[in-house]
Design a protein around this ligand. Sequence first.
Ligand SMILES: *Cc1c(COP(=O)(O)O)cnc(C)c1O
Length: 414
Amino acid sequence: MDFSNLKKFDPEIYGYVMAEKDREMDGLELIPSENLPSLAVLEALGSYPNNKYAEGYPGKRYYGGNEFIDQIEGTAIARAKKLFGAEYVNVQPYSGSPANAAVYLALLEFHDTLMGMRLDMGGHLTHGHKVSYSGKAYNAVQYTVDEKTELINYDEVRKLAHEAKPRMLIAGFSAYPRALDFKQFREIADEVGAYAMADIAHISGLCATGLHPNPLKDGFDVVTTTTHKMLRGPRGAMIMAKPEFGEKIDKAIFPGFQGGPHEHAIAAMAVCFKEALLPDYKKYCQQIVKNAQALADELMKRGYRLVTGGTDNHLMLVDLRSQNLTGLEGEKALEAVGIYCNKNAIPFDPRKPWDPSGIRVGTPVLTTRGMKESEMHEVGRLIDLALKKKDQPAEQKRVAAEVKALCGKFGYYQ
Ligand SMILES: *Cc1c(COP(=O)(O)O)cnc(C)c1O
């Protein structure tokens, strides 16, 4: 990309932007919600549709001059429908959290009961946590995982649903390393007369390519996803639903919840959907899962306990109590050598959220960079070494140099 104007006018911000690019290239990025979009996506994102007001929807705008914007948004919608087999799509949500809020606004009344997975069990803030809009405007009931297996116990979800009678049951997570049984969620929602909503922000690519069940095919009423995680698109989100909910959802996004859509992000989404419709994208998603399994195996071989004993998807939760470390200590020790992850609660964590017992790691970014199973074994070794040597500065330096050397073999942005 050409940054000559930025460089000339604002060398300070240019410097930070380039330093961020170098950090991304020189480090092992293991945060499972991140990814590296293609330059084609970034070019669309950093371009002219940013300038346009387009409140409304294709063909029905509140402003003139939307001929090409309508083409952009229409193309994004058509590609998204094809990618997920959706009948209705709204690509205007600014991000995942507003997408979820708009779904609630569309289908629920304030103070209705919604039921989602607890944040510290792997759920997302927007699924009913009390500090979030979803837990303040609605009566949120939260399910957990099973204390022994650390898996969702569908009998327990069913029991809680029959007690609480939610109007909406949410399936989805930010930190759960196993597959979801959407059919069970749909059945439970039917038994209690609830809408079934899935939030596939983390596993969207797996759902689109058939590597994980697709909630739309299992009869879900509404499905949200971000576009900047596994899909490798711009920061943004979309809502897919049964066509009968389309009008309500459109109205909830605009004028209910948002103003002018971010058409530059929507243009970039269209590009990322085109990429995801190629056969290579499925291979990429398969490699993400293979890489996660290789990394999980390496960590377990080295004595780390993984929540549920492994992973079926792109992420794993590492319980650092087995290493006598806290999540925060782990995150910091890894950051010091250029390995990026986030501290994360493990199910029934005895510690507090700002310093929980685990870390969450995932493989989408390293897979985007072209790494395969053999590199994952290497990454596992480097994680282990960085944690073991965290109080030895000279050793740490050596690990940092190894991290940088490994990254140097895998480019992405020039
Ligand atoms: C990331 C995520 C979101 C929120 O996305 P933002 O774009 O950060 O608002 C919503 N739901 C789930 C399950 C997520 O993982």
